[in-house]
Ligand binder design. Structure first.
Ligand code: UDX
Length: 430
């Protein structure tokens, strides 16, 4: 099918590229001419495993094009996807001005019937507004069907998630756009659930808030474990073997972050409030998450006593593994809090150092994870990167002035670390 994607960020670029890979003809539109120029010249604006190769293959095959002209995208497609940012306002509500602006641009460009699909994460009832706006601003007075088709992509695994989705959610106001939507997603062999537009929009916020809740739940359990001498990993394993609960998203940590969970939680709390419901449960999820960071910082300062002048090595800056994204990164927040206490930092991350440098200016950036501990008073694991498990522990122990490690992601076995001579402090384990 002929598709256009408006917005070439994480979601838009992955979506457009993966649609092209499935054989569709795709035009990606972005209003940033520099980004379009970069993509046209074979460059990549983001790091996402496997994406650069897929872009190359599909551009070469003539199925993937880039432009900064919305009209060109709309004219050359039957289905127009919206994948623009929906950033938070200062009060936690969602700024929908990009969605509104793009809806007007699409309306102005339309000269024939189109299906307009919203992929951006939006408050329930946004689809109704998009449809209203397009109808109001479309001079050609042609028909439109608005569809809600939320994305569930994890950063770092976005291509994999797109190609093998657990489910595809299609929210519609009538049967008319359903066949085309099914055809677009047919190559992925995924279960498709067709709902009304409001339900599809709610599925996204409800799912992300539930996942955040799961993490805060295990983080709260980790506090009880520390107080009682139990082991949170054993508790999570025991809970997770109940298939009604499942083991995923039960890894205790120094808290969740990223561009989705914190933003979506705040948005969902505000949306619920506006609809007349006080979603106190989700406010607790936020409270537990911020307390988890406070507790970890306290653990470090209680052990090292005065942080002023202490040298601390930090492994991990991204908000999670497999990404260069440092937006709302717990690792970066931790670094900033340690710096505020006067600590000097030596930091390493395999992908995120360039992006971190613009925010965390006063740190020493080290190019090999095994050099980070050199001359430090303690080493901290802040991001769950599997490669940190391969750290040369013997070398780290010798390089530290005192062999102290704080593990905010429970990557190592506590007994083994003690056996190796470390003072090892992790989350929810003694
Ligand atoms: C999330 C959702 O998973 C995805 O479906 C949605 O579309 C966008 O938001 P993402 O933000 O990329 O994806 O990351 P995810 O892998 O879900 O992790 C989010 C945060 O939770 C990270 O900071 C991660 O470290 C943390 N986390 C995750 C935990 O602390 N413990 C866990 O068990 C799992």
């Amino acid at each position: 099918m002929k598709l256009s994607i408006i917005g070439t960020g994480y979601v838009g670029l992955v979506t457009g590229t993966c649609f092209a890979q499935a054989g569709h003809n795709v035009i990606c539109v972005d209003n940033d001419p520099n980004k379009v120029k970069l993509l046209k010249s074979g460059g990549m604006p983001i790091y996402e495993p496997g994406l650069d190769e897929l872009v190359r293959i599909n551009v070469k095959a003539g199925r993937l094009h880039f432009t900064h002209d919305t009209k060109e995208g709309v004219d050359n497609s039957d289905v127009v996807f919206i994948a623009v940012p929906t950033p938070p306002n200062a009060d936690g509500s969602v700024d929908l001005s990009f969605i509104e602006g793009v809806s007007r641009e699409i309306a102005a460009a339309m000269t024939s019937y189109k299906i307009v699909v919203d992929k951006s994460t939006v408050p329930v009832k946004t689809g109704e507004k998009v449809a209203e706006t397009i109808k109001r601003y479309c001079k050609a007075k042609v028909d439109v069907d608005v569809v809600s088709n939320p994305e569930f992509l994890r950063e770092g695994f976005a291509v994999e998630d797109f190609m093998k989705p657990d489910r595809v959610v299609i929210g519609v106001a009538s049967e008319r756009p359903v066949a085309a939507m099914r055809e677009i997603y047919a190559p992925y062999n995924a279960p498709i659930i067709v709902t009304d537009i409001n339900s599809a929009e709610l599925i996204k916020h409800a799912a992300n808030s539930f996942l955040a809740l799961k993490i805060s739940y295990i983080n709260a359990i980790s506090v009880i474990c520390e107080m009682s001498g139990a082991n949170v990993q054993d508790v999570a394993n025991g809970m997770g073997m109940d298939i009604r609960i499942g083991r995923k998203f039960l890894d205790a940590s120094l808290g969740f972050g990223g561009s989705c969970f914190p933003k979506d939680l705040s948005a969902f709390i505000t949306i619920s409030q506006e609809l007349g419901y006080n979603f106190g449960l989700l406010k607790e999820v936020q409270r537990i998450n911020s307390e988890q960071m406070d507790r970890f910082v306290k653990k470090i300062s209680e052990t090292l006593w005065v942080l002023k002048g202490k040298k601390i090595g930090v492994l991990g800056l991204a908000f999670k593994q497999n990404t260069d994204d440092v937006r709302m990164s717990p690792a970066l927040e931790l670094c900033q809090r340690l710096q505020k206490e006067g600590a000097q930092l030596r930091v390493y991350d395999p992908q995120a150092m360039e992006k971190a440098k613009t925010i965390l200016k006063e740190a020493t950036y080290v190019s090999d994870m095994n050099d980070v501990a050199e001359g430090c008073d303690a080493l901290v694991i802040a991001t769950e990167l599997p490669q940190f498990k391969k750290l040369d522990l013997e070398r780290a122990r010798k390089a530290l002035t005192h062999p102290i490690m704080f593990d905010g992601r429970n990557l190592f076995d506590a007994k083994e670390m003690e056996h190796l001579g470390f003072i090892y402090k992790s989350i929810g384990r003694r």
